[in-house]
Design a protein around this ligand. Sequence first.
Ligand SMILES: CC(=O)SCCNC(=O)CCNC(=O)[C@H](O)C(C)(C)COP(=O)(O)OP(=O)(O)OC[C@H]1O[C@@H](n2cnc3c(N)ncnc32)[C@H](O)[C@@H]1OP(=O)(O)O
Ligand SMILES: O=CC(=O)O
Ligand SMILES: [Mg+2]
Length: 562
Amino acid sequence: MAASTTAACYDAPEGVDVRGRYDPEFAAILTRDALAFVAGLQREFHGAVRYAMEQRRKAQRRYDAGELPRFDPATALVRDGDWACAPVPPAVADRTVEITGPATPRKMVINALNSGAKVFMADFEDALSPTWENLMHGQVNLRDAVAGTISFRDAARGREYRLNDQTAKLFVRPRGWHLPEAHILVDGEPAIGCLVDFGLYFFHNHAAFRAGQGAGFGPFFYLPKMEHSREARIWNGVFQRAEKAAGITPGSIRATVLVETLPAVFQMNEILHELRDHSAGLNCGRWDYIFSYVKTFRAHPDRLLPDRALVGMSQHFMRSYSHLLIHTCHRRGVHAMGGMAAQIPIKDDAAANEAALELVRKDKLREVRAGHDGTWAAHPGLIPAIREVFEGHLRGRPNQIGDAAAVGQLEGAGVGEEDLIQPPRGARTVDGLRLNTRVGVQYLAAWLAGSGSVPLYNLMEDAATAEISRVQNWQWLRHGAALDAGGVEMRATPELLARVVEEEMARVEAEVGRERFRQGRYAEAGRIFSRQCTAPELDDFLTLDAYNLIVAHHPGASPCKL
Ligand SMILES: CC(=O)SCCNC(=O)CCNC(=O)[C@H](O)C(C)(C)COP(=O)(O)OP(=O)(O)OC[C@H]1O[C@@H](n2cnc3c(N)ncnc32)[C@H](O)[C@@H]1OP(=O)(O)O
Ligand SMILES: O=CC(=O)O
Ligand SMILES: [Mg+2]
């Protein structure tokens, strides 16, 4: 008898076409009902998302014409009004240390849940390259994590991974509104990436999450890269629809919004107000925030950034942003979360490791003194030090929401428009251009190969940090910035960049080794990075520009022909 040639495929509902590789494990996530739920979200909200993206472009055109971001006079009543968000769910009152990491690999998810952090933010965003395989394995991992059954055997190292009795509470970060999911078409259009991430996770996990980790609340989310409260309003609508479909209490779902774009810092009250029944506070997404400062002011030669390494939290615009965020959140009764220090443990140099840890401690001490209720860690090795700083300061309190005396709480009240946009100070150097190039190229090479967060030069690099490297090079070139080259001034020009790329590619090859360089996607990354840095118009996101290079269509994955 001839073997059947009919391949297994996804059972997709009317109007939904799954183009990603078929895998029985993925099919348990991409069930007909789950896909119908995602398609329902897409059909209800895609018009509002399209409008919101158009408004982003319109606002950018105004900034390009010289306008500065500012508080919206039309929403003064929301800013001045006396209102509060819904009370914090008891399960996540204490969020002093949150570890972040991609939703896959599986081992890392288990490590994060066991890390001793109060929360694990499982990432489909900055830390994850959105390949089909990563997205689907991420969903499988999170389903098993919520069920409490996740385990992993590392055969090569003979190590078993399973959950401890005490684990971190799970928050999930879907992609931003701008990213499509090209492996799932709804009515012939690519799905909106974040609705796929949110929809599949919510559909499969809301009941187990609320019965377990969430103690009657949840699931919990982090929402990235919003620029305006109208985008938060869409999320609120998505949450309401999801709660209704699941038959769960309105206000169960909670979300922390990352304030990581410059326009959003002028909208923090408005964002919290839109999400007031679903809010779990705000977070200082400092790396994307710096990226957004450059993007917003792309046409403003008077606002060029100094070297990336100099744009820290002591710059006036960054300190003002953190203080205003603390003031705003505490006034509305929700958590004001700190951000990510990029240092990670340095394995082969004890002194350098201690110096890196000291930088993390200082950063976290600044945050907790300012009034942040918790903060992020990029690596489990940093958690004991961060816990010591936060717990030492909080002395048994789960958070500082009611504490009116914190520095940020007091100073935040006086932060004005000028404070939030004051240009950062410091030198611009050819070494900075070189480092941006090495980091940008290596990050892109990793991302194209499926890794969205990588260690580079003893720092954590992800989509947000790499974006700073890209847009800073672009900005310096666009405005012909004067760069210091060891006492000599050089103009940033396409010719200088071409020379720098060639030399830094050679350096990267020497650092990673010829074989790895040849087998990796470095040469391709070098070409993409050069093009992005010299593009006449700044690409909105490097991940959007390069997305098609990681799309892998498998025609026939659905509809089911069995
Ligand atoms: C700007 C922003 O958006 S920040 C938030 C997004 N970014 C992130 O989440 C980055 C998170 N961090 C990471 O991805 C990683 O720490 C990296 C890539 C920077 C470094 O990873 P590695 O090179 O694997 O680190 P290293 O070799 O020191 O890992 C040691 C162990 O810690 C684990 N580990 C490292 N980082 C994490 C993490 N964030 N979560 C869980 N486990 C982790 C590794 O899995 C490894 O486990 P093992 O001993 O069982 O094998
Ligand atoms: O997502 C966090 C950031 O800093 O960007
Ligand atoms: Mg970010």
